[in-house]
Each structure stands twice: as C-alpha cells, then as structure tokens.
Design a protein around this ligand. Sequence first.
Ligand code: GDP
Ligand code: MG
Length: 292
Amino acid sequence: MAHKAGFVNIIGNPNVGKSTLMNSLVGEKMSIITSKAQTTRHRIMGIVNGEDFQMVYSDTPGILKPNYMLQESMMKFANSALVDADIILYVTDIFETYEQNQAYIEKVVKKDVPVLLLINKIDLSSQTEIEELSQMWQKYLPKAEIVLISALKKFNIDYVFDQILKILPESPPYFPKDVLTDKTERFFVSEIIREKILENYKKEIPYSVEMVVEEFKEEKEIIRIRTIIYVERESQKGILIGHQGQALKKVGTHARLDMEKFFDKKIFLELYVKVSKDWRSKPKILRNFGYQ
Ligand code: GDP
Ligand code: MG
C-alpha cells in the first residue's frame, strides 16, 4: 500500500477540548490542559507514526477577537491552521451555539479540505440533546462528517483516528519517523509551569506571565532546569512569590512532579521571577518569547 501522510489541524473555540482531544489522539501529554480558556498559545505538533502513515497534528490557540497584540499574534496561528491543513478537525462541544462559531465556520466551509466536525463532551449530555445538536451542525456543514465524542472519556476517539487514516492523502512522510513533536523540551517546561500558575492564581496573574527557560541541562541522574518567570509589574511579582515565597514554592513543587513524570527523570527546578514592563504590547519582546 502507498504511504499516507498529512497535516491534521485541530481548531475551535477555547475550552471545547482541543488539547484533550489531541492528547488522546497522540497519546502523550503534549499540550497543556486546564479548565481556563486560552492556555494554548502556540501551535503544537504531535506526530503519530505508523509503518505506512504519518499524521502531523497541530493544536491551535482558540478563536479570539484580536484586542491586544498578543491575541493578534495568536490569531495568526489560528488562521495559518486553515492554510496548510489536509484534514480539519473542527471541535465544538455540547454547550456551544452556532453563533459562537459562525465566523470561523464560514471560512471552513469555503475550504476544499475534508472536515470532521467533532461534538465533544457528550458524556455530559442526553441522547435527545445530542441528536438535535448533530442535526443542527449537519445543516451548517453539509459536507462534514459529524462525530460525537468525549475526548476526556476517550469515547469514539478510535473511530476518529480511523476516519483520519482513511482520508489522509497519499504522500511520503514529512518528518523522520522517530520525531514525536516539533517542540523542544524547553517548550514543555514552560507549558508545565504555565499550567501550575493557572491552577494556583486568579485570573490576572496567569495572563501576565511569560517563561524563559535559561538552562536545561540533562545529566546522568538528573535534569537541571532554571526558568525565569517574567511578569509585567512589581505588584504581580509580589503576588506570584507570595508570603515568604510560599506561593511560588507550591508552583515549583507541582511543576517539578509533573516534569519528573514527563521526562521520566529526577528534576532539579529553580524558578525566578523578574519584571519586564508591558511585555504583552511590545513587538520586540513578543518576538523574543517566540510569538511572530
Ligand atoms: P481547549 O481550550 O479547546 O484546548 O480545551 P481543553 O482540552 O484545555 O479542555 C477544556 C476543559 O474541558 C478541561 O477542563 C477538560 O478537562 C474539559 N474537557 C475536555 N474534553 C472533555 C470531555 O469529553 N468531557 C468533559 N466532561 N470535559 C472535557
Ligand atoms: Mg488548548
């Protein structure tokens, strides 16, 4: 049989379960999942290799209205997902209305790319509700295949995987077969810390931080990691560190435990907090942090 390969792009609004879906499709904890919207800021590629196929997944930031520069640059990632896709996985959930997706769906309809429309979180819904929802979506996307899934409970994920394999175009592989992701270890370090910050602080702090991994040194028994957490203001630095450093210590401990699982090795983690004024609205600083 001829070799198949292609780019499978996962898109949809924040919080519908894109990262959870990608994790269950790729089978590794590659992108960070939390209950707060907008945690996935970068495109992440997860690659699934078989003997005669290669699926290159990307999980894109949610669909956002650009109202400050960071979001604008995130939108570019989301739009580029439409350009290079061989297959689009459009994710919505049982709570979303068509209106919340209208603008994006209209773009998707115009593309000549196969679309699987995945209605996620059906574990939280009833049979009748689900049927009504699929009928509604089929009306708006007549060419798409509608699949009811639960990314969290792994319901119908194998079916989605098989459908993707079926429609994947014939092509030689795009990446060497032993590559799992295009992201570096440093990227995963930052994302794990970001996840812990999201879990431990109220709204303002998580959206004001950016991480720079200054050192990632793998030794025989241990990986030594030094990360700077940049915030926008002195006051945020104080909150992040907390009374006698307790808050930051908690983030560090939780992050270290996750990293030890992820890298399967002992981790020595140092976290420092620095102020970088208004990093969000300065193009040059954004570029340094990896946003184009
Ligand atoms: P993203 O913003 O689209 O990447 O969404 P995430 O994957 O981060 O998921 C957002 C939230 O929805 C998390 O709390 C997930 O645990 C939850 N979630 C994702 N999929 C399901 C599902 O199938 N069922 C339920 N009940 N929750 C889910
Ligand atoms: Mg996500």
